[in-house]
Write a protein that binds this ligand. Structure first.
Ligand code: 6GU
Length: 251
C-alpha cells in the first residue's frame, strides 16, 4: 500500500513514520509513505499556496495550481493500471465521515493520494477536477487536515497483511465484527479487590467463547445499539439480546 500525502506541513508526518506499528510497517516495506510539500509546486518564488477569496470574506483559500501540479506529479509516478483505482482524497470537515466500510474500500486500492485541506478551504476547482473522495474524521473542526490524513493512513494500513501482528487481530476487531469488544483481563487475577471473572480462568473454551460473545452483545446493546441493526447476528445472539430487552428484528 502506497500513500502519497500532499501537505503544507510534511514534517508533521515524521511522527507516524517513527511511531511503533506504522513506523515498523514503513521500515519493513509493507507500507510506503511519501510526503509532498505543496509549496514546492507553487508557481512563485515565495511558495505561495493560498490567496484571498474572490467575492471577499475572511480566511484564505488554497490555490488550485500548486495542488493540481502536485497531484499530477504524484499520479505520473503511478503505473497506468493502478492510476484509475487510486483514490484522491481530500481531508475536510465537509467530507463523508470516516467509518470502517470506507477504510475497507481504501484498503482494497493499490494506494492513495491524500490532500490535506487548510485555511478556510480549497478552491472549488480542486474538488471538481481532482478529488474522488472528501473525508472528515468527525463532526468537529481541526486546524488542518494533517491529523485526519494520519488517522486515515493508520486505519487503512491496519488492513495491509502483516502490518498488525496476525490477521486474526484485524478480523476480530471490534467494529469489523460489527460489535463492540468484550472486556479483556490480564494478570493479576485480583487487583485492588477487583477479581477477573471466574469463567475466564475456568479453562472451558466453549463457555469462555459464549461469555465473550454475550459480553460483546450486552455492551453493544447498551453503548451502540445502532450497530446491532447491521451486525451479523446468529439466532442465539438474538435470543440472548431479546432476554436483555432488545426489541430488534427477530432473525
Ligand atoms: Cl478532515 N479536516 C479538518 N480541518 N477538520 C476536521 C476534519 C478534517 N475532520 C473532522 N474535522
Amino acid at each position: 500500500m502506497h500513500f502519497t500525502v500532499l501537505t503544507l506541513f510534511p514534517d508533521a508526518f515524521r511522527f507516524i513514520e517513527e511511531y511503533s506499528v506504522l513506523g515498523r510497517a514503513i521500515r519493513g516495506g509493507l507500507v510506503s509513505l511519501d510526503t509532498v510539500d505543496i509549496r514546492e509546486y507553487a508557481t512563485d518564488r515565495h511558495g505561495t499556496a493560498d490567496d484571498y477569496q474572490f467575492g471577499g470574506g475572511p480566511g484564505m483559500v488554497m490555490k488550485p495550481d500548486p495542488v493540481f501540479a502536485a497531484v499530477e506529479s504524484a499520479l505520473a509516478g503511478i503505473p497506468d493500471a493502478e492510476r484509475v483505482a487510486t483514490p484522491i482524497v481530500l481531508t475536510s470537515p465537509q467530507g463523508d465521515i470516516l467509518n470502517q466500510d470506507l477504510v475497507n474500500e481504501f484498503a482494497n486500492a493499490p494506494g492513495m493520494i491524500l490532500v490535506c485541506g487548510h485555511y478556510a478551504g480549497i478552491d472549488e476547482r480542486i474538488r471538481e477536477g481532482l478529488i474522488t473522495h472528501e473525508v472528515s474524521i468527525g463532526d468537529y473542526v481541526l486546524t488542518g487536515g494533517e491529523l485526519a490524513a494520519m488517522v486515515i493512513v493508520d486505519a487503512v494500513s491496519r488492513f495491509v497483511p502483516e502490518v498488525v501482528g496476525s490477521a486474526e487481530n484485524v478480523e476480530h476487531d471490534s467494529i469489523t465484527s460489527g460489535l463492540l469488544q468484550h472486556p479483556l483481563y490480564t494478570r493479576p487475577a485480583e487487583f485492588r479487590g477487583m477479581p477477573v471473572p471466574e469463567i475466564l480462568r475456568s479453562g472451558n473454551h466453549a463457555d469462555i467463547e459464549r461469555w465473550r460473545r454475550q459480553q460483546s452483545l450486552e455492551r453493544t446493546l447498551s453503548l451502540r445499539p445502532d450497530l446491532l441493526e447491521t451486525a451479523p447476528l446468529t439466532n442465539s445472539d438474538r435470543v440472548f439480546l431479546a432476554s436483555l430487552g432488545w426489541s430488534g428484528v427477530p432473525g
